[in-house]
Design a protein around this ligand. Structure first.
Ligand SMILES: Cc1cc2nc3c(=O)[nH]c(=O)nc-3n(C[C@H](O)[C@H](O)[C@H](O)COP(=O)(O)OP(=O)(O)OC[C@H]3O[C@@H](n4cnc5c(N)ncnc54)[C@H](O)[C@@H]3O)c2cc1C
Length: 311
């Protein structure tokens, strides 16, 4: 049973080696609080949950914050009087298995929606933060001399994040309407800020950047597993945790079966499912294997590159 988690090696791009030693660099997993960083402007790279929450933490502490916005979606936290996760749980949305999910082709690769538990739990609107002074850029592309380079995708990434935000609200609206629940409507979201153009670069020396927080996720590392149960990108090949090799299972992977699989919510259900397989194997003496895998065509023998980012 491979239950070794999904977040193994913190990702920091090799281009970071070109930055001068005077700039402190750290991965989001090592961030603790604003006081632990040197005084001065900070660049946060990545707008998943960690990146957005760290950027807010620094911004609210009075720091000048620059944020590279990637393709992470965002979610409302409370909508129409309740936590959105409560609505979605009650509606059965979180029970949709990966195999039937409308976004099956991409859902396992997606970054989590950003929101925060701060102030008792609320949404994060990066447009609002930009209006107040946070500097936003598109995806980080590289470094040239003293310039940090960005893709021209800030507008698109903000629009896409809003699209997912509005889509979640719509799912809740539909559930409420379907169930005949009486609860007040909320006004539609209106973007408070839009970038005039997509910024392409930032001179870190001129901006006085003293610290960069890399919040671009973790890479999986299964290099120690000598079994042909990974695809060409080093990702686990499985169906509901059952690998193509008899007797080898995964547990705790994001979207192993449902939204809650890589979270505390459903890992227990996944464990029970696998227990059923193991019991059957012990009873019949024929360990079942996953016969129809969506990506088994790319399964490679052990020794395939094992480290691949989930983002
Ligand atoms: C930043 C962040 C925030 C999160 N927030 C939430 C949240 O709010 N709610 C939620 O439900 N989930 C959250 N999660 C996900 C949650 O942490 C995981 O779903 C949960 O930890 C999975 O438990 P696990 O036992 O499968 O893996 P882990 O908790 O990762 O445990 C795996 C263990 O295996 C060990 N291990 C790894 N390789 C080997 C090896 N070769 N030999 C021996 N041991 C090994 C590791 O050291 C580790 O102790 C978050 C994850 C991250 C990264």
């Amino acid at each position: 049973m491979l239950a070794n988690g999904a977040y193994h090696n913190p990702v920091i791009p090799r281009t970071a080696e070109r930055l001068p030693s005077g700039i402190l660099q750290l991965h989001s997993s090592n961030y603790r609080n604003p006081q632990s960083l040197p005084e001065g402007p900070v660049l946060v790279v990545g707008s998943g949950q960690s990146g957005c929450q760290i950027a807010e933490d620094l911004y609210l502490a009075g720091r000048e914050v620059h944020l590279c916005v990637g393709r992470a979606p965002r979610a409302p936290r409370v909508y129409r009087g309740r936590e959105v996760t409560d609505w979605l749980t009650e509606s059965g949305y979180y029970d949709i298995p990966y195999e039937n999910h409308p976004q099956k082709a991409t859902v396992r690769e997606k970054t989590n929606h950003y929101l925060t538990g701060r102030d008792g739990g609320r949404e994060i609107d990066l447009r609002q933060r930009a209006l107040e002074g946070m500097r936003l850029y598109g995806s980080f592309k590289g470094i040239e001399d003293s310039k940090l380079l960005f893709a021209p995708d800030l507008s698109t990434n903000l629009d896409e994040a809003d699209r997912s935000y509005n889509g979640i609200r719509q799912l809740v609206d539909q559930y409420i309407a379907r169930s005949g629940i009486e609860t007040p409507q909320e006004p539609p979201y209106v973007a408070p800020w839009k970038p005039q153009s997509d910024p392409r670069e930032l001179d870190y020396a001129a901006a006085g950047i003293v610290c960069i927080v890399w919040a671009i996720g973790f890479a999986a590392d299964y290099s120690w597993v000598d079994l042909p149960i990974f695809n060409g990108r080093g990702h686990a090949v499985h169906r509901r945790g059952v690998s193509p090799v008899a007797g080898a299972y995964f547990l705790g992977l994001p979207w192993q079966n449902t939204w809650g699989s890589g979270r505390f919510a459903d890992v227990g259900k996944d464990a029970e499912y696998l227990l059923g397989h193991i019991r059957q194997a012990l009873t019949t003496g024929t360990p079942p294997v996953a016969h129809t895998l969506n990506d088994n065509a790319t399964a490679l023998s052990a020794g395939a590159p094992a480290a691949a980012t989930r983002r």
